[in-house]
Unconditional design. Structure first.
Ligand code: 8YV
Length: 338
């Protein structure tokens, strides 16, 4: 038996990361890359020190209660930890870590790509050429979209990712508005020319694009409820690279179908029983742009996420405070709860 930390990795990771983990730790990787059931996780983690999890692992109170005593760290490969019942984990004396920062810029890039895709008819433009083979050539009035510059962007959640999106959007000439748990200091607000809204609803009434960048918590679940969608400007659109549960998806679909909202650009959507066919239909008619949870999906980000997991494990196993330990945060103001 070696003194190396023993870890279970629930999904395949980039080769370089798996190789480094194999030298540093006694590593078991779920070679199938299929989401493990709770029983599979429990069997796999027997005798391990660390569970390396991803967003597709449901680590609820029941699973946490059944974890073997040997497991003391849940090291999430990812920024959001909404798949983990944090309260249950803390109550059980477990440490939970994540991999923030290294995926911020790539996620913000994808948000920008999606923000442009809808008004500039990007997906439709390629469809006309490739799928339908029906491009009739250039004309002064063909494929006209609408200008992004000058529009008002409302950011919900001005953390690392929200701020990175705001910086890009500012360079594209958008006016930046935000609602967030904490007002950002003048040093952040001023270069962005950002307007802070202490209440969400009035911001929704004032902006052309609502972009979600909050973590999914009890407080932020359904933060874009049907009632709040109704506060949005007619013809506005929703951008989501965060989590599907932040939006009332059926209500969003209805408001796009009726023409009340212009559309949505979604990297995340409810996929529990497959993608809603009505959402797919709206994507067919290019009122919705859909990508499948790709916002942080660059090889570089995945490698840095893996390296961050490794640092978290090593510091923790050396008896120190891991750099990206998740600790309780203060809740949102009451007015923001969905
Ligand atoms: C990851 C994400 O793909 O980090 C997050 O919160 O949503 C994505 O970047 C996924 O979570 C990996 O576990």
């Amino acid at each position: 038996t070696s003194s190396k930390p023993k870890i279970l990795v629930t999904r395949r990771l980039p080769e370089t990361i798996e190789a480094r983990m194999a030298t540093l730790f006694e590593t078991d990787v779920n070679e199938t890359d299929q989401t493990l059931t709770a029983d599979d996780i429990l069997a796999g983690v027997e005798g391990k020190d660390v569970l390396v999890s991803t967003i597709t692992d449901r680590i609820d109170a029941d699973l946490i209660a059944r974890l073997p005593q040997s497991v003391r760290l849940i090291a999430q490969f990812g920024n959001g930890v909404d798949n983990i019942d944090l309260e249950a984990a803390w109550a059980a004396g477990l440490t939970v870590t994540n991999t923030p920062s290294v995926l911020t810029e790539d996620t913000a890039d994808m948000a920008m790509a999606l923000m442009l895709a809808l008004p500039r008819r990007l997906v439709e433009g390629t469809q006309v050429l490739l799928r339908d083979r029906s491009w009739a050539g250039w004309s002064p009035t063909s494929m006209l979209g609408s200008r992004l510059r000058g529009k008002a962007l409302g950011i919900v959640g001005m953390g690392r990712i929200g701020t990175a999106v705001a910086q890009r959007a500012r360079a594209f000439g958008l006016n930046i508005h935000y609602f967030s748990r904490n007002r950002r200091p003048p040093g952040v607000e001023e270069p962005l020319g950002a307007t802070y809204w202490p209440e969400l609803e009035p911001m929704l009434e004032a902006v052309d694009i609502v972009s979600l960048h909050t973590p999914l918590t009890r407080d932020t679940t359904n933060i874009l409820s049907a009632e709040r969608l109704d506060r949005m400007k007619p013809g506005a659109y929703v951008l989501n690279v965060s989590r599907p549960e932040l939006v009332d998806e059926v209500a969003l679909i209805e408001r796009i179908e009726s023409g009340r909202l212009a559309g949505a650009a979604l990297d995340v959507f409810d996929n529990r029983r497959g993608i809603n066919p009505r959402l797919l239909a709206l994507a067919e008619t290019n009122q919705v742009v859909l990508t499948g949870h790709m916002a942080s999906a660059t090889l570089e980000a995945r490698i840095e996420m893996g390296e961050t997991v490794i640092v978290n494990i090593r510091t923790f196993m050396d008896g120190h405070q891991p750099p990206h330990r998740i600790l309780p945060e203060k809740p949102l103001p009451k007015s923001a709860r969905g």
